[in-house]
Design a protein around this ligand. Sequence first.
Ligand code: C5P
Length: 229
Amino acid sequence: MSRYFAIVPAAGSGSRMGAERPKQYLELLGRPLLWHTLNTLCHAPAIEQVFVVISPEDQWWETFSWESLESLQVLRVGGETRAQSVSNALAAVCGQVGQEDWVLVHDAARPCLSQLQVADLIHTLQDDEVGGLLAVPVADTLKRGDAQGRVAQTISREGLWQAQTPQMFRYGLLDKALQACPGVTDEAGAIEALGLSPRLVAADMTNFKVTYPRDLALAAQILQARGEL
Ligand code: C5P
């Protein structure tokens, strides 16, 4: 039987936020944003252990309490890029995770992931040959802008999806893919480079990535409306 693990890369600086601290540590409903992300994964019944990847120089982690998150293990192996952080984590846990075990890689900056979305992803992919990711069909008309801020082109949205996380692949395949293709911006990109087609599992926009300061208020509203906290 394959087991399920989660890896949360949280070693980014979040420069687009323009804040005084990395965005994973910004306050969201009285806790660091990262706590909410980890809380969902640590309480997902199918997930055996959650690994959070922080930078070796991280000075914020110790200043918060993570005690309620029992299945959490901290890895101070963050790298230069997101893909490098994930690769380093895979190497660090090789003794604990089997080649055929599933790994769910999830952005630290997506604190509104719900238990339903995790369960849906696992249920849909548990017998899949390749694995896959949560994603949302593009609803808006897409425009390419030019350097003057004017429309250069309208792009058909047909068949387009916005990739989210978690992205769920077997340990052995994911490790091989990231080693072969370290320049990718998500795990699915590395799997695709091997010639495989990850499955798209329909999610919704509540699992959005906190990127700009105004996103924090929206994340707080989504979490409060759920009423779990
Ligand atoms: O910057 P962006 O929001 O795209 O980062 C996506 C995720 O990757 C975040 O959770 C961030 O903390 C993580 N990351 C990382 N190591 C890096 C860069 C980003 O773990 N060197």
